[in-house]
Design a protein around this ligand. Structure first.
Ligand SMILES: [Zn+2]
Ligand SMILES: [Zn+2]
Length: 310
């Protein structure tokens, strides 16, 4: 079995992907369920990993999306077509997907590839999703994404945190789309998760976290630092999206990355919002930081590549 597949029980599996692709949960009992479907380009790899858990795409009965960002819904259109399964997501994200609004989903804002897909069920806060013997509470956790949910297993204390809690970090805060109060809503979402009896966390990116409460505390500290100095939030956004752009479009010459950024909606706006509109300095300083940290390197032919796993 692929080492990225972590069996949780006999019929529940966690699959750890990278950063361009969000992680999955695969449930092979009734109903046969897939939580999140990664990035569209890597659908064949996603299918192979899910098959290794004992679930063929044609047999999927339910896709639950933690939110509608491109790294979590990429396989939806194809997998739904082949399986005829139901697709469930929070009512807010479902609304915007049904409206074909690729701004609310960020795909247009960040120049991402994604395909719209049919939806069947609106998840609401407080709803219970029953998978076999397990009861998962649906929690609306906005901040990073307006229609993002977490799933809390009331029987075991496991939390599927999506992009609200990673290891010491969380998904980028896109205030232009989510609103300038996005960090406040993220803080509320984290505080709410902190009041649950959380055991292990299965995040949207990265490895499972054994100490759930400590992970939530670390995220709360990070939000506090962002609120104290919003430019930290701006730097985080620029760096994460530059990395993401390189994962999607790389390898790219420095000039190519600059061209993509300056022609995008997100880069000029973010620079305006946090860095006085100084486009070239913002690009240079943050790219240099990523190179220093080894998150970006030269591929030997003068092109930039992201060193994180996709
Ligand atoms: Zn994600
Ligand atoms: Zn996300």
């Amino acid at each position: 079995m692929d080492p990225r597949i972590i069996p949780i029980t006999d019929d529940l599996f966690f699959i750890q992907r990278g950063w361009l692709n969000g992680n999955h949960l695969v449930f092979t009992g009734k109903p046969r369920t897939l939580v999140d479907t990664a990035y569209i380009r890597d659908a064949a790899e996603t299918e192979s990993l899910i098959a290794q858990c004992g679930l063929a795409i044609e047999d999927v009965e339910l896709i639950v999306n933690t939110h509608a960002h491109c790294d979590h819904i990429g396989g939806n259109a194809e997998f739904q077509r082949r399986s005829g399964c139901q697709v469930a997501l929070h009512q807010v994200d479902r609304y915007f997907v049904d409206q074909r609004n690729d701004w609310a989903t960020w795909w247009g804002y960040y120049q991402q590839d994604a395909a719209f897909f049919p939806t069947h069920h609106s998840l609401t806060d407080g709803e219970v999703l029953t998978l076999g013997q397990m009861n998962w509470l649906v929690l609306h956790t906005p901040g990073h994404g307006m229609g993002q949910i977490a799933l809390y297993c009331m029987d075991t204390g496991w939390l599927v945190s999506a992009d609200t809690v990673w290891d010491g970090d969380f998904g980028v805060l896109t205030t232009r789309i989510e609103g300038l109060d996005a960090p406040f809503r993220l803080r509320e979402s984290l505080e709410r998760l902190g009041r649950l009896r959380v055991q292990a966390i299965y995040p949207g990116h990265g490895a499972p976290l054994a100490d759930g409460p400590a992970a939530i505390e670390a995220c709360l500290a990070r939000v506090a630092a962002f609120l104290e100095d919003p430019r930290r939030m701006g730097r985080d956004q620029v760096r994460k999206i530059l990395l993401y752009t390189l994962m999607m479009r790389g390898p790219l010459h420095r000039e190519g990355l600059w061209q993509l950024g300056s022609a995008s909606p997100w880069f000029p706006e973010t620079t305006e919002l946090y860095f006085g509109g100084k486009l070239e300095a913002t690009f240079r300083d943050n790219l240099d930081y990523l190179l220093e940290q080894g998150l970006v390197k030269d591929d030997g032919e003068g092109r930039l590549v992201c060193t994180l796993s996709a």
